[in-house]
Design a protein. Structure first.
Ligand SMILES: Cc1cc2nc3c(=O)[nH]c(=O)nc-3n(C[C@H](O)[C@H](O)[C@H](O)COP(=O)(O)O)c2cc1C
Length: 396
């Protein structure tokens, strides 16, 4: 509907805030501790400028590329996120939107919809795994994803279980029983549109994680799975190489911030990495992912695909990341806000905003394709880049 259309991601965020119960909205904002990293993820993009040409714009600019073997119509992929129960159609709506706009999607281990339904809505699904349970349990989940038709695996190993937030964390209920509904009622009644969306389905938000269980079963409750995850020893590089061999197909390690880790990921046989700090939800004080990108892309970009996620709110942010060496970016909050604002069409709207912004920036820069973007299209202030995990020269 025309009145639902929004022209920036910031407006989608405002609508999400207006439409969602307070605790649901704050679970989308997430972040950790003091919020240093989440703020820097966005602020760092503002420090980068453009060096546009005045004459020489090219018609028919090509935004397409490939990621992990999938053709995508713009260099933007849906990053896996675990709270899409903000909308009754959740990940299925997001998958449809991504398919309608010609792109791929990462599906979280903590998603609210079974992978089989999500792949039916969009065949370009990368299943995201956390290191949870023993190798046998992980192998079973990988096998289920393969059977379902996932075309790639994303492994996220950067989580630190850091929970405190200076502004207070939302209470995620263990289950949507009468007690929880009564507790949330005042907030939910203040958000009738959201309440009606779920009311129509006659089902409360799904707080189970179906992809942690067997196909066709509801899966464990969120906190049971989370508890098991907390009790699982963190993976080693050998575990990553084992999983990569087990999967055998396109494989991304998400959360790389250091050059030495990027090189180890190459040695472990990955096909892609995402330079990422988990959207600032994790180890607070980690710099913005865009600051760490260029040295990593320089070190390993010739061997594997380098993506970036964290802080993307505009098409021009995508262009900045690609100019600094990313093949594509992944987005998190931007599409979650679109989903909360107006479901599938809200996610399509966000992808259209990004497409329009990428196209405008290419036009201004006189580039005919995203693959032609170079660092000299940008104005990069001194001290912008953070070279994490570079071997220091002797006597430096
Ligand atoms: C609410 C929320 C839930 C997330 N859940 C997951 C998850 O289940 N798995 C994962 O790999 N990353 C998860 N992420 C991180 C995103 O995939 C991505 O790295 C991050 O959102 C990018 O930053 P942005 O939100 O600024 O775009 C989550 C992020 C948010 C905001």
């Amino acid at each position: 509907m025309a009145d639902q259309w929004f022209e920036t991601v910031a407006i989608a965020q405002q609508r999400a805030k207006r439409r969602l119960p307070k605790s649901v909205y704050s679970s989308l904002i997430s972040a950790s501790e003091k919020g240093i990293t989440v703020a820097d993820n966005v602020a760092a993009f503002s420090e980068l400028g453009f060096a546009p040409h005045v004459v020489g714009a090219v018609d028919n600019r090509d935004l397409s590329t490939t990621v992990m073997g999938q053709d995508i119509s713009l260099p933007v992929v849906i990053s896996p996120t675990g709270v899409q129960a903000v909308d009754p159609e959740g990940e299925v709506a997001v998958a449809r939107a991504a398919a309608a706009r010609g792109t791929a999607m990462g599906l979280s281990s903590f998603a609210s919809k079974p992978i089989e339904e999500v792949v039916a809505a969009n065949p370009k699904i990368f299943f995201q795994l956390y290191w949870l349970g023993d190798r046998d349990a992980i192998a079973q989940r990988v096998e289920r994803a393969r059977q379902a038709g996932a075309v790639g695996l994303i492994v996220t190993t950067d989580w630190t279980f850091s929970h405190g937030r200076d502004w207070g964390s939302p209470k995620i209920p263990e289950q949507m029983n009468l007690r929880t509904i009564t507790r949330l009622a005042p907030e939910a009644i203040a958000r009738p549109r959201w309440l009606w969306k779920f009311g129509k389905t006659l089902r409360p938000p799904n707080l189970r994680v179906p992809n942690q269980g067997q196909r066709g079963e509801p899966g464990p409750r969120f906190f049971a799975a989370y508890g098991e995850w907390m009790g699982t020893p963190a993976p080693t590089w050998d575990d990553i190489a084992w999983l990569r061999d087990l999967w055998g197909g396109p494989f991304m390690l998400k959360g790389v911030m250091r050059v030495d880790d990027a090189k180890r990921a190459v040695d472990a046989g990955v096909s892609a990495i995402s330079v990422s700090n988990h959207g600032g939800n994790n180890l607070d004080g980690t710099p913005a992912s865009i600051r760490a990108l260029a040295p990593i892309a320089e070190a390993v970009g010739g061997q594997i695909e380098v993506l970036l996620d964290g802080g993307i709110r505009r098409g021009s942010d995508v262009v900045k990341a690609v100019a600094l060496g990313a093949r594509a970016v992944m987005i998190g909050r931007a599409y979650l806000w679109g989903l909360a604002a107006s479901g599938q069409s809200g996610v399509e709207n966000v992808l259209d905003i990004l497409r329009g912004g990428i196209d405008s920036a290419l036009m201004g820069l006189g580039r005919s394709a995203v693959g032609d973007l170079r660092p000299d299209d940008l104005l990069i202030p001194g001290g912008f880049t953070r070279e994490l995990g570079m071997v220091q020269p002797r006597n430096a």
